[in-house]
Design a protein around this ligand. Structure first.
Ligand code: KG4
Ligand code: ZN
Length: 410
């Protein structure tokens, strides 16, 4: 059980906070939501108002620990969430300059994610709402990712969403705050996952320029100095006419090629190949092409079914992998060819954080949907699909795309 004593009162405001509070009180009573995120390896909290103003936020990332371990270990993630959640929430509230009593609701990610991680956020949140007698808004992690863009700019429904991160790879049509059509998803690994695994296989931690980078960042960095044509790979699922992703086969392709190069160059375990830049460029290009082709088909499917607005349809891209410039530029070729507006929110809002959860809470509060009393029992759900699954319909449509040259400079 968590002790919530420290969150009841806040007697040590800085001047900045007092001024902010004063301003808040003068404003037309904007409702405030505290958002809490613990679905994977980030402990995040934020207080956001109805206009999308972030009053206070705090984020504790476990990435460094998991990077050393070679992947997220659920029991370690749980321990770190438990150690940090109180401080992170306290910090977000302190920075916002509001007291818990001024909150309209608490929104927390309850699905999908790692059970042990979700459990910590939910247990903390239920104790918090009970203590402060606040409504509770359970949040779907992917819906929160998909809608964060609306906090930053006015994007009207329906719009197409591409979520690409270490945990997710999916294409969906957002029709309303709680109405999504799932067009495609990864059948095995997420795109960030394969970039991380290839980076590990290449021992990029031992590369002087990449030691502090995530796998995806290291691949992007090295690819700039490489030639993808020296490391040609087959784009996955070329003969499957749906919008699903698959990265496991590509990983095997890369792995087999690395094995061969290692024998050729006679490198020992942990040493770097001379051609890491070319391998990074080839891998990045193939991941980008795969993502772009599935997205192209999703756009054509939505257009054929009249699912996108005639005027200014948008593709919103989010997730850690969305910060990759090469992938963004490849997607831009697709959106330019199909007349869509490509929206890539700043990286800070693409990755896991408390802000996106708080904003999703605001969206639900405004719509008056999905709001529970603090007395209700809530469970977390490690597996939870996003919206209505129409991936079979997409597959049955078997849309062939017109040729499109996906040429981007590294
Ligand atoms: O969204 P995120 O922070 O966490 C979740 O997975 O939920 O995404 C992390 C993933 C990692 O796999 C990381 O390698 C990848 O995003 N990533 C990138 C880049 N920066 C981070 N992938 C490609 N290019 C990047 N610049
Ligand atoms: Zn996420």
């Amino acid at each position: 059980m968590f002790s919530l004593k420290g969150l009841v009162k806040h007697s040590t405001y800085s001047l900045g906070h007092v001024v902010k509070r004063g301003t808040l009180c003068q404003q037309a009573r904007s409702r405030l939501v505290l958002g809490i995120e613990t679905s994977c390896d980030d402990t995040g909290a934020a207080v956001v108002d109805e206009t999308g103003l972030i009053l206070g936020e705090s984020l504790h990332s476990q990435k460094e620990v998991h990077l050393q371990a070679g992947g997220v270990i659920p029991a370690v993630a749980q321990r770190l969430h438990r150690e940090n959640i109180f401080r992170v929430v306290q910090e977000a509230i302190d920075r916002s300059g509001v007291s818990p009593s001024e909150l309209s609701a608490v929104a927390t990610t309850v699905k999908p994610g790692l059970s042990l991680s979700l459990g910590i956020g939910l247990e903390f949140s239920l104790a918090f709402v009970k203590q402060h007698q606040k409504p509770f808004i359970p949040i779907h992690h992917m819906e929160a990712h998909a809608l964060t863009v609306r906090m930053l700019e006015p994007v009207e429904f329906p719009f197409l969403v591409l979520l690409i991160s270490g945990g997710h790879g999916l294409l969906a049509l957002a029709r309303d705050i709680d109405d999504f059509l799932l067009l495609g998803q990864s059948t095995d690994e997420a795109p960030g996952d394969i970039l991380d695994k290839v980076a590990r296989r290449l021992h990029l931690k031992n590369h002087p320029e990449c030691s502090a980078m995530s796998g995806g960042q290291a691949i992007e960095h090295l690819a700039k100095q490489g030639n993808r044509r020296n490391f040609l790979l087959t784009t996955p699922m070329g003969q499957v006419f749906d919008c699903n992703f698959s990265f496991a086969g590509l990983r095997t392709q890369v792995s087999v090629a690395i094995d061969r190069k290692e024998i050729e160059e006679g490198v020992k375990s942990g040493e770097l190949l001379s051609c890491v830049n070319d391998i990074a460029a080839g891998t990045q290009h193939t991941v980008a092409s795969h993502i772009a082709k599935r997205t192209h088909r999703a756009i054509l499917f939505c257009k054929a079914r009249g699912l996108l607005p005639q005027h200014s349809p948008s593709l919103v891209v989010s997730g850690g992998v969305a910060s990759n410039t090469y992938i963004r530029e490849t997607l831009k070729i697709v959106t330019d060819a199909t007349g869509l507006h490509l929206i890539c929110p700043p990286s800070k809002f693409c990755t896991d954080n408390g802000v996106m959860v708080a904003w999703n809470g605001i969206e639900k509060l405004k719509a008056g949907r999905g709001i529970l009393s603090y007395k209700e029992e809530v469970r977390y759900e490690p597996k939870a699909p996003l919206g209505i699954d129409i991936t079979t319909q997409v597959k049955d449509a078997a849309i062939r795309m017109p040729p499109l040259k996906l040429r981007v400079k590294n």
